[in-house]
Ligand binder design. Structure first.
Ligand code: ATP
Length: 197
């Protein structure tokens, strides 16, 4: 069973593209979604986040204030590194178990993660698919989706590698620029990944 990473910068459309693979019956682990879940459910992670950011980073319902966490780590690179060192191993472990439990069906499984290369997670993958789109389109998509300002989105992009660097290390590139059709590109990647040998 091949493990395939799917990545792309913020607003590239990697979740949207991953959903097309899901329609083809491929199991997809959405690492960014699970990272948010784990923050609110994994006792050891909750304890360490309280140590790092203070107890009131969780509300009375036990939900982490992610907006506040984002502000705190944006102002302090050490805190960002510590946050990553808490979240990434927990998500990695959760992802491994999730993928193992689904690895009996189908020719390959996908792991979708925004910072697959930045976190070194690409090394655990057999192949990597990069979803790419021009920065201006990505900015506009995220401003609309998250009701965010240009400055907020640009700041989030600054923590990610540029597309060119990631494309050079990827096995497949899917261009999601609102011009090229996405589904034929997905079908072609799927065809290659399901070939024998
Ligand atoms: P993030 O890293 O922020 O999670 P992402 O790379 O997973 O972003 P998506 O959430 O898939 O990106 O897409 C960003 C926004 O752009 C969404 O609102 C999505 O519906 C829209 N979008 C993405 N691709 C397309 C497309 N081909 N056509 C129309 N809308 C699109």
């Amino acid at each position: 069973m091949k493990k395939i990473g799917i990545t792309g910068g913020i607003g590239s459309g990697k979740t949207t593209v991953a959903r097309v693979f899901e329609q083809l019956g491929i199991p997809v682990y959405h690492a960014d979604y699970w990272a948010k879940e784990i923050m609110n459910t994994e006792p050891l992670v909750i304890e360490r986040l309280k140590e790092l950011f203070g107890k009131d980073i969780y509300d009375s319902a036990g939900k982490a204030n992610r907006k506040r966490i984002a502000e705190l780590v944006f102002a302090d690179k050490n805190k960002l590194n510590e946050l990553n060192s808490i979240i990434h191993p927990a998500v990695w472990l959760h992802g491994e178990n999730w993928l193992k439990s689904r690895s009996t069906a189908g020719p390959y499984i996908l792991k979708e993660a925004a910072i697959l290369f930045e976190s070194g997670g690409n090394k655990d993958m057999d192949k990597v698919i990069m979803v790419s789109a021009p920065i201006e389109i990505r900015l506009e998509r995220v401003m609309k989706r998250d009701n965010a300002t240009r400055e907020e989105v640009t700041a989030r992009m600054a923590n990610q590698w540029p597309d060119e660097q990631k494309i050079a290390l990827s096995d497949f590139v899917i261009v999601n620029d609102d011009r090229q059709l996405v589904i034929p590109q997905v079908l072609e990647v799927h065809r290659v990944l399901t070939e024998k040998g």
